[in-house]
Design a protein around this ligand. Structure first.
Ligand SMILES: NC(=O)c1ccc[n+]([C@@H]2O[C@H](COP(=O)([O-])OP(=O)(O)OC[C@H]3O[C@@H](n4cnc5c(N)ncnc54)[C@H](O)[C@@H]3O)[C@@H](O)[C@H]2O)c1
Length: 436
């Protein structure tokens, strides 16, 4: 199949490279000239494990190409995927669909023969109808179908997730388009991946419902963690105890500083707004959004309490800035609110992240960046683990204890055992465990 991928970010680039690896001919397009120049030169514009090798292999095999203009690739394509951003719209929190609609206009002008236009971006229910209307308006004679194919990959594990998904969701109203989609995903059929063909609106809503459910699970265990701290129970024991129940499941039951990232915050908010607009409010999700917002500032207060009630003039060392490990994505990372709150309280903040510091500098210009974890901790009054990068799981505690101004360790990801931290001489605080 010939595929044009509009938008070469975290989703478009991974999806395009994986489709090429399935054997399709793929052109990844992006408006960002620097991104395309980097990709053509073999440099990855994002950090995603394994992506550089996958892109290089498929470029070498002449299956993966990059361009800044879509006209030629779209005219030639069996399927055009829209994988542009859908951030929160300023003011009302609905998904900002301006990039999707701009792409639809451009695609419409370039369509030649029968083409399947696929929204891979996360878009509110009904967006497919509007994409179809735009294309029809721009080119009334165009032969096309609009399909929804939401993406469920996780950054940091994106290639594995794309190639071995729990399921593929295809929202389609047209048999001819369904055949093209089946052909594109044929390698996954061979893997026995469930490919769910459903109505377009159901597919659009499935993506939001999935993210909202996962955000609910995270928020649920976070609130249980707070209760654990009050009653002297260990949230990890509780999470294990409920997670082994197959009806509940073990995933997404790790207590922490609140969910962040490029999807959960904006998707939960957009779903809340969509539901309100349709006079069918989702009160559970409204509450989840409110709880999660408050939680990030509450984590800063946990640090302040661990420092004896004040951080004014103190140096707080932050390990981990990205919203999760193995990505450089800083969008809506909990670190942003935690650091802002610590600075509001008068702290000096120094931070280290293995991959996120370049993106972080644009969002957090007035903190100090360290070259490594020990450099970050040197002279600090407290060390806070915000993101559980593998590199932070085996710190040299004797050195840390010796170089820090005060032995305070706040572990917002529960990666260490309270007893062993106490044995190293630390005042140790974590999430939902009785020492806190
Ligand atoms: N990041 C994730 O983990 C993830 C997972 C599942 C779904 N999604 C969804 O996928 C979509 C894309 O997310 P992302 O994280 O890849 O965003 P991103 O910001 O990394 O990438 C979007 C890219 O689209 C480009 N772009 C915008 N308009 C364009 C146009 N008209 N023509 C060509 N290029 C254009 C931008 O320059 C940018 O490079 C969003 O709707 C998101 O919600 C993201």
């Amino acid at each position: 199949m010939k595929i044009a991928m509009i938008g070469s970010g975290y989703v478009g680039l991974v999806t395009g490279a994986c489709f090429a690896d399935f054997g399709h001919q793929v052109v990844c397009i992006d408006k960002d000239l620097d991104k395309i120049a980097a990709l053509r030169g073999g440099r990855m514009p994002i950090y995603e494990p394994g992506l550089d090798a996958l892109v290089a292999d498929n470029m070498r095999e002449n299956r993966l190409f990059f361009d800044t203009e879509l006209a030629e690739a779209v005219a030639d394509a069996d399927a055009v995927f829209i994988a542009v951003g859908t951030p929160s719209r300023r003011g009302d929190g609905l998904a900002d669909l301006s990039y999707v609609y701009a792409a639809a206009h451009e695609i419409a002008r370039a369509l030649s023969s029968y083409t399947v236009v696929v929204t891979k971006s996360t878009v509110p229910v009904g967006t497919g109808d509007e994409v179809e209307r735009i294309i029809r308006e721009v080119q009334p004679s165009a032969d096309f179908a609009v399909v929804s194919n939401p993406e469920f990959l996780r950054e940091g594990a994106a290639i594995g997730d794309f190639k071995h998904p729990d399921r593929v969701v295809i929202g389609v109203e047209d048999d001819r388009a369904a055949k093209v989609m089946n052909e594109i995903y044929r390698p996954l059929y061979l893997n026995s991946t469930p490919v769910l063909v459903m109505g377009r609106r159901a597919a659009e809503l499935t993506k939001y419902a999935a993210n909202a459910f996962l955000a609910t699970k995270v928020t649920f265990i976070n609130e249980i963690a707070d209760l654990c701290e009050q009653v002297g129970a260990d949230v990890q024991e509780v999470a294990h105890g409920i997670g082994l129940d197959n009806r509940i499941g073990r995933m997404f039951l790790h207590a922490g500083p609140g969910y962040g990232g490029s999807c959960f915050p904006k998707d939960t908010l957009a779903l809340v707004k969509t539901a309100q607009d349709h006079r069918s409010p989702l009160r559970i999700i409204e509450t989840i959004v409110a709880i999660n917002d408050q939680r990030k500032r509450a984590m800063a207060h946990k640090v302040i309490a661990a420092c004896g009630g004040s951080v004014r003039g103190k140096t707080i060392a932050i390990l981990g800035l990205t919203f999760k490990p193995d990505t450089d994505d800083m969008r809506d990372a909990p670190s942003l609110s935690i650091i802002a709150s610590l600075k509001d309280a008068g702290a000096k903040v120094r931070a280290y992240d293995p991959e996120g510091m370049e993106n972080a500098r644009a969002l957090l210009p007035d903190i100090v960046y360290a070259a490594d974890p020990l450099g970050c901790a040197e002279g600090a009054d407290a060390l806070v683990i915000v993101t559980e990068w593998g590199a932070f799981r085996a710190l040299d505690f004797a050195r840390l204890r010796a170089i820090m101004a005060a032995p305070v360790l706040v572990d917002l990801r529960n990666i260490y055992e309270p007893e062993s931290m106490r044995a190293h001489g630390f005042i140790y605080r974590s999430v939902g465990r009785s020492e806190a």
